[in-house]
Write a protein of this length. Structure first.
Length: 280
């Protein structure tokens, strides 16, 4: 884990490329106490250790299915799989779990150091508790992702591919028909792929969405100093941050530091994972 000093930072953005309805703004001054955060997202290897120790069964295992990108599936699994009307590139695959990420017949062999996926918020919170940690608040996550930079679009600055160098794992090409994988990865990448941000944290943009502790809201109140905000006391969806390997500017330009979205606590998919925090 990496120790972050805390202090005051500007959270949120008023970005011309952003989604105002997502509650990315207003820009507001937030103060945080020092805390520690995982340098990497939780890996398949680490999650396997948790499962071996506790016998834990994820929500996807108990529900019986999870969402997998259609392009990762053989024809037999794609055929007849239910698809959401608004996002038909996702298939609801029976038997898709953290250790069978593309459904029956798939494994995580060779992906020990890739981020665990098909984990719900509930699963992530249980792992964090087992590890003696917790999930980050949304404010902690954004402060960490910014890496000490103020109001930059990405963890490394304002230019996506600064100096012609790929800095994150996102969709390259034409979404959702063709991913050129020019950044070296068609699906998830190892958690230490790409250069770390100024705080030494890897893949705060792209690779997998990361669950935060907060319930979702777009009402952040007046732009005033806030101390250790933790979001609403109740809600229906939990915040996820950072974007994923499925994000593309044409559809889901949410690999920007201030970008945000949410999902229900029992939802899982092949592009969502998490990292943990702990007291300083």
């Amino acid at each position: 884990m990496v120790l972050l000093p805390g202090g005051e930072f500007l959270m949120g953005a008023q970005d011309a490329e952003g989604f105002p309805n997502d509650g990315e703004g207003p820009v507001r001054s937030v103060r945080l106490a020092p805390f520690r955060i995982d340098a990497f997202a939780v890996t398949n290897d680490r999650f396997a250790g948790f499962v071996a120790d506790t016998g834990y069964r994820t929500d996807a295992e108990q529900i019986g299915w999870s969402y997998v990108f259609a392009g990762f599936l053989p024809a037999a699994l794609r055929r007849g799989a239910p698809r959401p009307e608004r996002t038909p590139w996702w298939c609801g695959v029976e038997g898709a779990t953290w250790d069978r990420p593309e459904g029956p017949g798939s494994t995580v062999v060779g992906r020990a150091h890739h981020p665990v996926v098909h984990v719900s918020w509930n699963d992530a919170a249980r792992y964090a508790s087992w590890a003696g940690k917790r999930l980050p608040t949304e404010a902690e996550w954004e402060y960490a992702a910014r890496g000490g930079l103020e109001q930059k679009r990405y963890p490394w600055g304002d230019e996506l591919d600064a100096g012609g160098t790929y800095r994150c794992n996102i969709w390259r090409g034409q979404f959702p028909a063709k991913n050129t994988a020019e950044d070296g990865h068609r699906g998830t990448a190892p958690v230490d792929a790409f250069q770390a941000n100024g705080y030494g944290l890897h893949n705060m943009s792209g690779n997998v969405w990361e669950w935060c502790a907060d319930w979702w809201t777009t009402d952040h109140g007046a732009a005033r100093p806030l101390v250790g905000p933790q979001g609403p006391e109740t809600g229906t969806d939990k915040v996820i941050r950072g974007g994923s390997h499925m994000c593309h500017r044409s559809y889901c330009n949410r690999y920007r530091v201030a970008a945000r979205t949410a999902n229900s606590p029992d939802s899982s998919s092949g592009h969502a994972g998490f990292r943990c925090v702990a007291p300083a």
